[in-house]
Write a protein that binds this ligand. Structure first.
Ligand code: 3HC
Length: 316
């Protein structure tokens, strides 16, 4: 196809919109690369929310009290809601939800590696909320200022709910740290297990991040992976120390001149292998997702039949 002056005008209007910091809306013209980047990121984000329900849902029946069970059920339901808003935001870019599910189930699209590690004890539920959701908030609050309107608006609500998740995790850990020595040890073990996966949640280092530069130029991402990772470490370490716990990183130290923590290198080989091969639990997570997707077919069919009936009634 030959390029017309109208294409140039549209591209210029798009660039000006991004430069002014205005929101791009679904009906606005956008470059194909911008659209594809958003579909990729939003759908992978949605998949992470949906797959992320699994490790925590496994603990609902083992929660130590009715109070903790009610909180955990609410949290898992929130994650389903986040997945739903995010799939809806992706749909505004012209993709079908069924195709996105297909890409998740066939491994063509990723989800966050953090959900491919096992949750071995009740303390893991607390640490996942406190540190895992804490990391997610640091990563996601800037996305509520993303240049694409529907994604930014979805993130406002998601982040409010993630703050509640982080708070419940902190509260759970606070209760365990006021408990027995065995409970305190369970928390330390959980911190040791989840610290590095939490740092990996921010993605590859800036040097190896293939999409960051362009995503930041388009105002999709506001900060680089390393910047957000550093911000999380600066927030998390004082909280960990407040509880008398330790960070499993012998290289971690406060750097007075830089005014931030310096920390050790992530095991990038582990990150890559979990991202590519699914790590300890990838196959299980996808098989479970496939099973519940199949079992939910009647719900989707009933919803479609209902929508058809409503349409017929309206057009009669
Ligand atoms: N796990 C799996 N894959 C990851 C990853 C991770 N932790 N970090 C990066 N990747 C993938 C990217 O998706 C990309 O793969 P692709 O080219 O096949 O799409 C590749 O590694 C290169 O990474 P880039 O840094 O170049 O990619 P991005 O610019 O997209 O940055 C990101 C990665 C920081 C994760 C960004 O996409 C992002 O901020 N996404 C939105 C937030 C999100 O998805 N968070 C996932 C956690 S869900 C959650 O927080 C729920 C809570 O309850 C815990």
């Amino acid at each position: 196809m030959t390029k017309t002056s109208n294409d140039d005008d549209l591209a210029l209007a798009f660039d000006e919109c991004i430069a002014r910091g205005d929101a791009v809306e679904p009906r606005d013209w956008m470059p194909e690369g911008y659209r594809a980047t958003l579909v990729r990121q939003i759908s992978q984000h949605a998949h992470s929310e949906i797959i992320g329900m699994q490790p925590e849902a496994e603990w609902i029946s083992r929660a130590p009290s009715l109070h903790r069970k009610a909180i955990l059920i609410a949290k898992v339901q929130d994650e389903a809601g986040h997945g739903s808003y995010l799939y809806s935001a992706a749909e505004t870019l012209g993709v079908a939800r069924d195709d996105l599910f297909e890409m998740l189930l066939t491994g063509k699209q990723k989800y966050s590696t953090i959900f491919n590690y096992p949750m071995l004890s009740w303390a893991d539920v607390g640490v996942m909320g406190w540190l895992g959701d804490g990391a997610a908030i640091v990563n996601q609050v800037p996305l509520s200022r993303c240049s694409y309107g529907p994604y930014a608006r979805a993130m406002v609500r998601v982040c409010k709910e993630e703050s509640f998740h982080q708070r419940q995790g902190f509260d759970l850990i606070q209760a365990m740290m006021a408990g027995t020595d065995e409970q305190k040890q369970m928390v330390q073990d959980a911190v040791d297990r989840w610290w590095w996966p939490c740092l990996m949640l921010f993605g590859p280092s800036d040097r190896h991040s293939s999409h960051s530069k362009q995503s930041m130029a388009w105002g999709i991402k506001r900060f680089s992976n390393d910047e957000l990772r550093r911000r999380f470490v600066d927030q998390a370490v004082p909280q960990i120390e407040h509880f008398g716990l330790t960070v499993p990183d012998p290289e971690l130290r406060w750097d007075e001149s830089a005014g931030c923590y310096k920390f050790g290198e992530i095991d990038w080989e582990d990150f890559k292998s979990v991202m590519q091969d699914g790590g300890p639990l990838g196959k299980e997570r996808i098989a479970h997702r496939q099973r519940v997707h199949d079992e939910g077919a009647w719900v989707r069919e009933a919803a479609e039949a209902y929508a058809r009936k409503q349409d017929e009634r309206l057009s009669a």
